[in-house]
Design a protein around this ligand. Structure first.
Ligand SMILES: CC(C)(COP(=O)(O)OP(=O)(O)OC[C@H]1O[C@@H](n2cnc3c(N)ncnc32)[C@H](O)[C@@H]1OP(=O)(O)O)[C@@H](O)C(=O)NCCC(=O)NCCS
Length: 189
């Protein structure tokens, strides 16, 4: 049985995960939403201007009152700059399972930041909300994303053929990973 608590602030050694605010629009646009290299493997394309970013943040802000909405802005210490996004993108209530997605500003890549963010969110979703299984998926060519999953103890389950489409309409194979609550707890003793 899940006990939903909504998006609450999480702090780790280097980052703070908190709810998005409309004031994050400029940094979200400049740091990741306008960067074609960042969005290369994503289902959404670059925002054409900051008003598009404001619109999407506005829709998330409206959703925060729902206790089953999990969507964090990743901010870096000590400046508090908004550098990325991590969220529950799919939920399967009956089987107490969810899927996480994430994106990070290119200037912060390869410093272990998303590995740290994913660990914090897995802990939150397993321990506070009570999920039994958490899954993640990535474009077969997005090696860095697969590494973040492996570094968090997820297991590769297999390859799904042409299971997702990028914003420009190209189908691509997807690798799917998962971790179960007991495995997460064992790995963190
Ligand atoms: C995927 C992403 C979130 C990773 O975030 P990150 O903070 O850079 O990840 P980490 O630093 O924790 O780990 C990345 C790992 O991939 C490795 N890596 C990066 N690019 C690589 C490449 N082309 N080939 C092989 N390994 C690569 C890094 O060396 C690092 O591994 P290491 O710790 O063993 O050295 C980030 O690159 C990103 O936002 N990409 C664009 C959006 C995206 O693809 N989101 C995921 C959709 S599924």
């Amino acid at each position: 049985m899940l006990s939903h608590v909504g998006t609450q602030t999480i702090e780790t050694p280097r980052i703070i995960l908190r709810r998005f605010k409309i004031e994050d629009a400029e940094q979200m646009f400049n740091n990741w939403a306008s960067d074609q290299i960042v969005t290369k493997y994503l289902s959404w394309g670059v925002h054409k201007d900051v008003s598009e970013t404001k619109k999407i943040i506005d829709s998330w802000v409206g959703e925060y009152e729902n206790k089953n909405f999990y969507h964090w802005c990743i901010t870096i210490k000590p400046t508090g700059e908004a550098i990325g996004d991590i969220s529950v993108v799919k939920m399967f209530e009956d089987t107490e399972c969810c899927e996480i997605g994430y994106v990070l500003s290119r200037k912060f890549w390869n410093k272990g930041i998303m590995t740290e963010a994913l660990h914090a969110v897995l802990k939150y979703l397993f321990e506070k909300v009570g999920f039994y299984r958490i899954q993640l998926r990535h474009d077969v060519n997005n090696i860095a994303s697969g590494k973040v999953m492996l570094k968090n103890g997820l297991q590769r389950e297999g390859l799904l053929r042409d299971a997702d489409k990028t914003a420009d309409g190209k189908w691509h194979d997807v690798v799917i990973y998962s971790i179960l609550r007991d495995e997460f707890e064992e790995g963190n003793q």
